[in-house]
Structures are given as structure tokens and as C-alpha cells.
Design a binder for this molecule. Structure first.
Ligand code: SAH
Length: 372
């Protein structure tokens, strides 16, 4: 952060409520919050002098008290399939990654919620890097700010919305950074922010059960749950937070999450690991588990990374698994692997994590090289 910004409020940290409180503290009216939000989040303006509907006096006061400070892009990489990955440097010397996945009818941005991750899922590259800290609201929403702004500059058709969907599926466990993630998601859905509908903002969790209940009260978004296994013995190994919140508790929390809206479904993510969780018996167990929870399954082909100890299931095994689920009445989709050539696929996001948990020292798994 520049020395000029030190001690000032970063307006990207404030959702509507926060912005209104900020203006109230200045003795200003609440509508100023909407004005500022539109300049920042909709028009991508960070310089108060460009905000032409604010008086000169107001602009000077804002300059004294606040900044709009976004993470800095270190590397931007384009995949052959149109996927784009950014490596972003944060103020603390850490860096994170985010990914944009364009499709015919939508553009999905996959954003990070933490520097590294503390959950140690055995098939995930982010987990191998250990954990450093939670991202601030500004660092979370700053990713969307930056992606929208750069993609709009690159697009010839300016009438099209570039980011139509956001998934909290980058680095980190979003429910372990609850307050900042909720504030950022509120900004994504705010009419004066990014105006995304609640069906187009998805939070993916490894299953932090108490926080799933809190989320239900705090913020209405689509929920994805990283299930990946049908027995506690296997899930304990793949997603170790299962030891704390086993499958039965997780499924009960899913049912509670859906209580308020009968039309909703939960997406269950299921990574396809050869010979580990991809057998017909697993499909049958999964069908049983889903009997009481309205949901669909998203099969994710495993994306390998240096040192990973798993192999992706064969195409045939994935088809067979999908067919069995569908025959059992479970809506099933297979996630297309995108951005493989730039290591942008699920579970491959690495960034640069100054590991506080020392997991990286306990293990000998080499970490994929990242820009220094
Ligand atoms: N912490 C959140 C977000 C993680 S990333 C969560 O656990 O849900 C989104 C999805 O990618 C999760 O389902 C995660 O389990 C999965 N994933 C992680 N590593 C993977 C890999 N190497 N291959 C395929 N999917 C992976």
C-alpha cells in the first residue's frame, strides 16, 4: 500500500451498511453511499476527482479520509480455451490467484477467500501450501472489481455483462472467513454494487457445519458442498474437517440450509479419484445419501499437481458413475476441465503463501513454481 494510503479507510472494505455508516460519521446523507458504490463498483473509478456528482469539498474530504485500493496484478495468463488466470499481489507479500471462465451464455469468475487454506484436503494443491491469513473484504471484492474492469477494457461488445456468475471456489475455505466473505457477497448482489442475482453467486464449502447455519441467516446465496466421499472413513482421509463434522451432520445442515426455500438445490461436488471413490458401490451410496436432500451432483475430474498422490478416474469410469447416479434419479453434471494449460483448473490455484502453519516444511511435496 502506498504511504499515502496508510491509516485511511479502504472503501472496498465497506458494504452498503458500512458505506452508509461511513457517510453518517461524516455528517452526510445515506444516498451518498449509493453514489460512491456506483462510481466504484459499477464504473470502476478509484480516483475521487473523477466522481463528477460530488462537490469539490466532498472530494477533498474523501481524499483525506479514504482510498479505493485494489490488489495489484503480477501476472495475467490466457489459456487456449479462453480461461484467464491472474496472480495478484497483496500488501503483506502474499499472493493469490483468481480465474475467469467464459462460456457461451455466461462468464464465471472464481475468486479466493483466504491466502492458502487450513483444511488440508488431501487432493487439493492449495492445501499443500498451508495457511497464512483471511482476505479482507476489499481483497475479496477487489478481485471482482479488477476482473470486471480488465475484461471490459478487452471486450469489443460493451453491451454484454462480462462477469455473470461468481463462485467462491478459489483458494481458501470461505466459511472460515465468514464476515468478510458475507460482506463481499452482499456487494456482489447489491443493485448499486455488481447487481448479480442470488442464484448466480455460489459459495463452496468443505462442510463447516455451524457456519452453514449462520450463512442461512446472513446471506442468501447458492451453496455448493465438497462431499467427495460417501463414508466417514474415506471422507476423514480426503476432507479431514469431516472428523469434526461427519457426513450425517453435514447432510442435516444441508437440509436446514434449504428449509427457507423449497425450490432450491444444493450442488454436491465430487472429485473423481481413480480407484478411491469412483466405484459403482460409491455411486449407490451417494444416491442413498441424497434421498433426503434436494441436490444435484457435480463430478469434477481430478486435476493433478506436482507431488499429488491421486490419479483421475478414466473417462469411462466417470461416464459409468454419472449414468449410475442418473439412473438413481440424481441430476448429475460433469464439470468441464478448463484452463488446464495454465494450471487454472479446480484445486490447482497456488499463489504465493507465506505459510504460518508450517505444513510446507512438514511435507516434501514440491510446490508449483509461481512468480516471485
Ligand atoms: N474450500 C472450498 C472451496 C474449494 S475449491 C471447498 O472446499 O468447497 C472448489 C472445489 O474444487 C472443491 O470442491 C474442491 O474440493 C475441489 N478441488 C480441490 N482440489 C481439486 C483437484 N486437485 N482436482 C479437482 N477438484 C479439486
Amino acid at each position: 500500500m502506498s504511504t499515502e494510503a496508510v491509516g485511511k479507510i479502504n472503501l472496498l472494505d465497506l458494504d452498503r451498511k458500512g458505506m452508509e455508516a461511513f457517510f453518517a460519521s461524516m455528517g452526510e446523507k445515506a444516498f451518498r453511499a449509493s453514489q460512491l458504490m456506483q462510481w466504484i463498483h459499477q464504473r470502476g473509478i478509484t480516483d475521487f476527482d473523477e466522481m463528477s456528482n460530488l462537490s469539490k469539498v466532498m472530494r477533498e474530504r474523501l481524499k483525506e479520509m479514504a482510498v479505493v485500493h485494489i490488489p495489484e496484478t503480477v501476472v495475467e495468463q490466457d489459456s487456449q480455451d479462453g480461461t484467464r488466470k491472474w496472480l495478484l499481489r497483496l500488501d503483506s507479500g502474499n499472493s493469490i490467484e483468481m480465474v475467469y471462465i467464459p462460456e457461451d451464455d455466461r462468464g464465471t469468475l472464481c475468486i479466493s477467500s483466504q491466502v492458502g487454506c487450513a483444511l488440508a484436503c488431501s487432493f487439493c494443491s492449495t492445501a499443500q501450501q498451508g495457511f497464512n491469513r483471511n482476505l479482507s473484504t476489499a481483497e475479496i471484492i477487489g478481485q471482482l472489481f479488477l476482473a470486471k474492469k480488465t475484461l471490459e477494457q478487452d471486450m469489443s461488445d460493451t453491451t454484454k455483462r462480462v462477469v455473470t456468475n461468481v463462485v467462491m471456489m478459489g483458494m481458501g475455505e470461505p466459511l472460515l472467513n465468514f464476515d468478510n466473505v458475507v460482506k463481499a457477497m452482499n456487494l456482489m448482489m447489491d443493485d448499486f454494487g455488481y447487481g448479480l442475482s442470488k442464484r448466480r453467486v455460489t459459495l463452496s464449502t468443505a462442510g463447516v457445519v455451524p457456519a452453514m447455519d449462520r450463512l442461512k441467516e446472513a446471506c442468501d446465496v447458492a451453496l455448493a458442498v465438497s462431499l467427495h466421499a460417501t463414508t466417514d472413513a474415506l471422507r476423514d482421509e480426503l476432507v479431514p474437517i469431516n472428523k469434526k463434522y461427519p457426513i450425517s451432520e453435514l447432510m442435516a445442515a444441508c437440509r436446514r440450509y434449504l428449509d427457507r426455500d423449497g425450490r432450491r438445490k444444493i450442488t454436491f461436488e465430487y472429485v473423481m479419484l481413480k480407484g478411491v471413490n469412483d466405484q459403482p458401490e460409491h455411486a449407490r451410496q451417494l444416491i442413498k445419501l441424497m434421498k433426503d436432500v434436494p441436490g444435484k451432483v457435480n463430478l469434477i475430474p481430478f486435476n493433478p499437481f506436482p507431488g499429488s498422490k491421486y490419479v483421475c478416474s478414466s473417462r469411462n469410469a466417470i461416464f459409468r458413475f454419472r449414468d449410475l447416479l442418473q439412473q438413481g434419479g440424481v441430476i448429475t453434471m460433469t464439470r468441464k476441465t478448463r484452463g488446464e494449460d495454465i494450471d487454472a483448473a479446480c484445486g490447482q490455484l497456488a499463489g504465493k503463501v507465506i505459510d504460518k502453519t508450517q505444513r510446507t516444511q512438514r511435507k516434501t511435496i514440491p510446490i508449483r513454481g509461481v512468480a516471485k
